[in-house]
Ligand binder design. Sequence first.
Ligand SMILES: Nc1nc2c(c(=O)[nH]1)N[C@H]1C(S)=C(S)[C@@H](COP(=O)(O)O)O[C@H]1N2
Ligand SMILES: [Mo]
Length: 423
Amino acid sequence: MGQIERLAEEHSDVTRRYFLQLGTAGIAALSVSRLWGRERERESQTHPLLAEALSKLEYLTREGNFVSAGRGKPPPYKLPLEKRREVGLVRETWQLEVLPDPESDSKVDRPLSKALGTALNFDGLMELAETHGVRFMSVMSCTNGKAPFGMGLWEGVPLRKVVWLANPTANVRRVFYYGYHNDDPKQRFQSSLPIGRVLEDPPGEHPVILCYKLNNKWLTAKRGGPVRMLVPDAYGNKSVKWLQRIMLTNNYQANDTYALWNNDTVSHIKTCARFIHTPEKIKARQPVPITGVAQVGMSGLSKVQYWLHRQDEPLAKDDPYFNKAEWKDADILPPPDHWGGGLADGKLPPIPRQFDTTSGKPHRWPIPNTIVHWASLLTAVRPGRYDLRCRTIDANGVAQPMPRPFRKSGNNTIQRVRVVVEK
Ligand SMILES: Nc1nc2c(c(=O)[nH]1)N[C@H]1C(S)=C(S)[C@@H](COP(=O)(O)O)O[C@H]1N2
Ligand SMILES: [Mo]
């Protein structure tokens, strides 16, 4: 399944509810059934997969629908079960080391080490989880991805709990961490964080966790199980899968594999909009639904907008981000009743960090570092060829792709699709 089809599958029910409401409110001249009839028809012509998936609501992404990035020959999750058992990639044999960096002068009094027999095993992690386990929703997004890889409900133990088990006492400025990659340094994928980010969370932010569950199920091998790092405010490259070793270092510099590949690995998640359903052809003066998803980054989200521009009309000069264009506001869709993601009945387990425990309503909507669905009705008066674009305005009032337009800190270019308007 392609990225867009997958997102559409997750998104069809929320948007359907939206168009139903529009219909009952009498806003649209068209009847609801005709609107959806049209949508369905077009979908079944262009995306057979969509028609089939129309009945499913999925705000959360099912594990198997995540887009996967993972280096290694083979990537560790493709190793036979026996081999995974042998190298500590199943819960029964998994071990985590927390060691002082041998190339540094970090003081660590109680290293968690395989050689010393003091490494943390899965039972030890579960013991910590009983009192310290946390759960939160957070989007998995690749710096270089066109759209989010998946929307997850993650569960884990704050990394700092395990760091403190090792009793570091001095000379620690950074945490290096590594996933299993066939014991081949050339295949290694590593990342790092300043120790401050690990030990303390900015207001409203979640801890960096040693993650063992996604959508209330054990983390699969494909998603990085038995345990991966999950850094809620960062792009995916900080969330190292198949985690087995942590190094506390006095080195103050990043050693991230992803940085060596010319990426800005310090960048926080950006706010940006993407289309899901847009028509290729529409009839003049007849409203058609358009829908999409927005990634809600560090600076929040205040609006999603779209702009229909005739291709034969000139674009404003010196306006690379189309700030002078006539953008229209789309509707940001409310929290769904069914959260999808393979949760039983689509019901969320308690998530006190993000949801009120009695009412079940989110403390904030949209939730930072997640996604939100959006929709609107598009109408064009004059026949012709058009470019349709969408963008976000963040909670500071800044329009995409600002305030951080550089591609290598996260793809947030303004998306464009073509639409033909017929008589
Ligand atoms: N061990 C390991 N972890 C990794 C990677 C990798 O190649 N190896 N890729 C990273 C990158 S670049 C991204 S975007 C995310 C993707 O996570 P996902 O496969 O769960 O969607 O995993 C990260 N963790
Ligand atoms: Mo990535």
